[in-house]
Design a binder for this molecule. Structure first.
Ligand code: UGA
Length: 440
């Protein structure tokens, strides 16, 4: 079996590299960041991802996973190259910033002297794969013997290992049918477990990824729009979601109302899709994604307004405890985190904000130095005028509201994730507010 390279060691690349090694492949993982490669080579995972540290350690110990910062070593050693670099939102527009993808292709291509396969996994605007295929053909010494397959990734942070080893589906956009066999070898284990394989062309494979994320984002904003309708009518959005979710055509997942979606994927992907649709002359058809984005961002202002109203109309000088900083539980990722966006806005309104999170505090201290942080929930809520529950870590559901009440100044809590048990909190003497369902 051919040796694999994985280019980029972020959430996607490092997980992919460790998982491919665990499936028995020889893998060389590349990153331009020498410090990162130095610490990863020692088995240190630079982010919180359950299961990954153990897998990485085993992969390194087995000798099947090595690391490099040399493009030459990548080209010399591997024949199948997975591009896993980031495609963040551009600093200048809503489009995706493709500089890392372009940089990787342009660095690798001139070194590909023998027939090889490049496999794109990064999330890109439709049309990018064809540009990469053309560039590889034009700039690699092997020319037309350098092939490209587009193989989007669907992993969720917090479940990255599970999603990589046991994906829902494997999608391949190909221009040469023969390349399918190579990827079937790479993914022999998940395919052997019955994972569906969809073979298509480049644009379809690229669109599968952005369509999936656009659908998920829209689903969340759909239920959040109903949360506002529930608020003005006294209805309960959780019961509503449960009831419509029994219809298997709708499904219950991704119908949890609250402060909405964040992270490094859904927000930037729906914006990049709108930008690309505009370039391709179908902007209007994707206006609904602007609405989904606006509904999502309005959750954040709504929570600030609720907090302000609960504190008599002003946040100035008020002590606010924020439980949760990561964009979702089981992750320390704070990119576009709704929780931190709300914490930052409260701070701007003059509140003294103290943030707790089981994993994300180092990132908070670096990126939000103006926010106070606390290592424990008890420390965060000490003398608080209001508590905001914004990331639904399991440990917050286990909080004893009775005990917590003795620590705060006012027993008022906003549950921005709609998961805390109403009766338990009311019986402990708290006023609790949800988004889209009756509180107390
Ligand atoms: C998302 C997709 O779910 C993955 O399939 C995809 O591969 C990935 O992006 C990517 O493009 O790389 P991820 O960003 O890890 O994965 O997070 P999600 O689990 O999708 O959650 C996104 C946000 O939506 C979180 O802030 C979460 O709190 C929020 N959310 C999720 C809700 O507000 N309500 C829900 O019902 C579900």
């Amino acid at each position: 079996m051919a040796k694999l390279s994985v280019i980029g060691t972020g959430y996607l690349g490092l997980t992919h590299a460790a998982c491919m090694a665990s499936l028995g492949h020889d893998v060389i993982a590349f990153d331009i960041d020498t410090d990162k490669i130095a610490s990863i080579s020692k088995g240190q995972v630079p982010f919180h991802e359950p299961g990954l540290p153990a897998l990485l350690e085993q992969a390194i110990a087995s000798g099947r996973l090595t690391f490099t910062t040399s493009w030459q070593e990548v080209a010399d050693q591997a024949d199948v190259h997975f591009i896993c670099v980031g495609t963040p939102q551009s600093a200048y527009s809503e489009a995706a910033d493709l500089s890392q993808v372009r940089g990787a292709v342009q660095s690798l291509a001139p070194l590909l002297t023998r027939p090889s396969l490049v496999v794109g996994k990064s999330t890109v605007p439709v049309g990018t794969a064809q540009w990469i295929a053309d560039t590889l053909a034009a700039e690699s010494p092997a020319g037309l013997d350098t092939h490209l397959v587009w193989n989007p990734e669907f992993l969720r942070e917090g479940f990255a290992v599970e999603d990589t080893l046991h994906p829902d589906r494997i999608v391949l956009g190909v221009s040469h049918e023969s390349d399918v066999e190579t990827l079937k070898d790479v993914y022999a284990t998940p395919l052997g477990e019955g994972t569906p394989l969809i073979v298509s062309d480049y644009p379809t494979a690229e669109l599968v990824k952005v369509a999936a994320n656009a659908f998920l984002a829209t689903k969340i904003s759909f239920i959040n729009a109903f949360a506002d309708l529930c608020d003005v009518t006294g209805a309960n959005v959780t019961t509503l979601a449960d009831a419509i979710g029994y219809d298997t055509r709708i499904g219950r997942r991704f119908l949890n109302a609250g402060i909405g979606f964040g992270g490094g994927c859904l927000p930037k992907d729906i914006r990049a899709l709108q930008a690309r649709a505009g370039e391709l002359g179908v902007a209007e058809q994707f206006d609904f994604l602007r609405a989904a984005d606006d509904i999502n961002l309005s959750r954040r202002t709504k929570v600030v307004e609720i907090a302000k109203a609960a504190l008599g109309g002003s946040l100035d000088g008020k002590k606010v405890a924020v439980l949760g900083a990561a964009f979702k539980p089981d992750s320390d990722d704070i990119r576009d985190s709704p929780a931190l966006s709300i914490a930052g806005a409260l701070h701007e309104h003059g509140a003294q904000v103290t943030v707790h999170d089981p994993e994300a505090l180092p990132g908070v201290r670096t990126r939000y130095p103006h926010l106070a942080t606390a290592e424990s929930v008890n420390e965060a809520v000490a003398n608080a005028d209001i508590v905001l529950h914004l990331t639904e870590w399991q440990e917050y559901r286990a909080i004893d509201p009775q005990a917590l009440r003795t620590l705060v100044n006012n027993p008022i809590i906003i549950d921005g994730r709609n998961v805390l048990d109403l009766d338990t909190w009311i019986n402990a003497g708290w006023a609790i507010t949800y988004l889209g369902k009756p509180g107390s």
